[in-house]
Design a binder for this molecule. Sequence first.
Ligand code: NOJ
Length: 604
Amino acid sequence: MGSLCFNDGVQDDRQPWWKAATFYQVYPASFKDSNDDGWGDLPGLISKVDYLHGLGVDCIWVSPIFESPQKDMGYDVSDYQKIYAPYGTIEDVDALIQTCHERGMKLILDLVVNHTSAEHEWFQESRSSRTNPKRDWYIWKPPRYDAGGNRQPPTNWRGYFAGSTWTWDEHTQEYYLHLYASEQPDLNWENAETREAIYEETMRFWLRRGVDGFRIDTVNKYSKRTEYIDAAVTDKNSPYQAAPEMWCNGPRIHEFIREINQVLAPFSAVSVGELSNTPDPKQVLPYVSTRARELDMVFEFSVIRLGNGDLFTGKYIYKPFTLSQLKALTEKWQCFIEGTDSWATVFCENHDNGRAVSRFGDTSTPELWRASARTIALWQATLTGTLFLYQGQELGMTNMPASWDISHYQDVEAVNFFAEAVASRNEQRIQATKHGLSILARDHARLPFRWNEDDNVGFTTDSAKSWMRIPREKGISVESQLGDRTSVLEFYREMLRLRKRFQGVFVFGTHTLLDRENESTWAYIKEGFLTTKDGHRMRGRALVVMNFTVERAPLVDVSAALGCAPESTRLMVTTACGAVRGAKDELSAWEGRIYCDFGPEICI
Ligand code: NOJ
């Protein structure tokens, strides 16, 4: 766990390894299939660790690989100590750990312990009778009855995947709670015996096998308010209401997370928690303050949620946003750690969102796709905090083609939200949901990773067997981009190197937003300390300036922004290549640049 360092742009020798590390999320079902069944697997991943190593990845996070009925792609675990057979075996995990460690890389697993699968033996026991010793391991409540004597759930809460958070159990005549699908019952963290089983049978089991830590799913939902009362009615058209105040950041959450910390600490394991519904920095800080001994890092979702409608009922009713909103949110989550002992994460993709280039960039032509994907890389690689990449982001992978119809969406959330829209018989809502899904759905990020230009994209050997359809566009693959200096992939590789080399500025530096109302270009200053070859510490400043439009854009006054004489400023990076490079004082379409007052002039 972290040592006590305050974030003031100083890169300190006492900093833990994971701050300057690049993490890379693998969604195993879609990464690399080694046995021709159309489903990615661990031997496939092992065969590609060298690719990730070459890219500059320090730590791999693998989304859930455990035994599961796959109602939510493995985020419904039925046995934490077994591997879902299509992924491989526990020996494959050992081999993956070894493969990473031999290359000086780390491996973290996804810890999903807010809920289990309904098929987990703990739940099978819990639901077997009201007197079973594990009855209290889950959250069971008696029904309510309305004036007409009809049975009703204990509260009016809406679940993430639409419908009620409660499912009736005929056998024991009570409801159980599930914030997600009905096949994902919530564990009762109030029960100390349950918590100890989680720590021992999920966490320590894998830590003893050598994993380096966990990405912790839904980390702020373990402590629920225990009154179990109705939420305020915010959607008059539904019997079910958004109720995050009832089950998010609840009264005992920090106590539970400190216990988690005590499990991780003896293994010096890293933790990154998924912290949803918490957009207030004051509320986030206690989770990631080093002194509080809770989590090393969290994912805060304000940036990645841009474009989403209301998180509950209207999530897939797309809400357009402006560049200044994107800037302001980035600034907010860059600056919240300054002067504190906490730490930030940097990411713009994961398995729960549409692809970044399709949301923040421009995919209307191959040139604009490339230019905007490279500028997104520049943006991410120059931000303070630990950088997380999602598989395929480094290739500029895009959302599904617009021509694909709704039958290609397989994710439980997409399917349920669309079914809900259809049930409303409101044509406008149906069309709006379709549109929102085409930009935001979780399915987009789950399309097979593209290794080559073949019909099977090198993911599998028979595209007909692939669990998700394989798009056919050319040019978005490792094969087509590797070695091409104008590609998205090679740009990511260069940027990851540069970020490490000047980490005092890019990873640890302070962030100052310039010209915040400008809706075309985005400019910020990164400032921190760098150590010269002869061991001196010097202050370094970088100006990151990016054109987020297809129009040429005037360049800011670089020397004024950097606060130094024109002859001391250097162009360190431009995303543009050859003929499309902008003029000296003008950025071309989607061009991004870094100017600095230190280091060599490197044009990549
Ligand atoms: C967050 C995960 O990222 C998501 O994929 C999953 O559906 C929910 N948690 C439930 O585990």
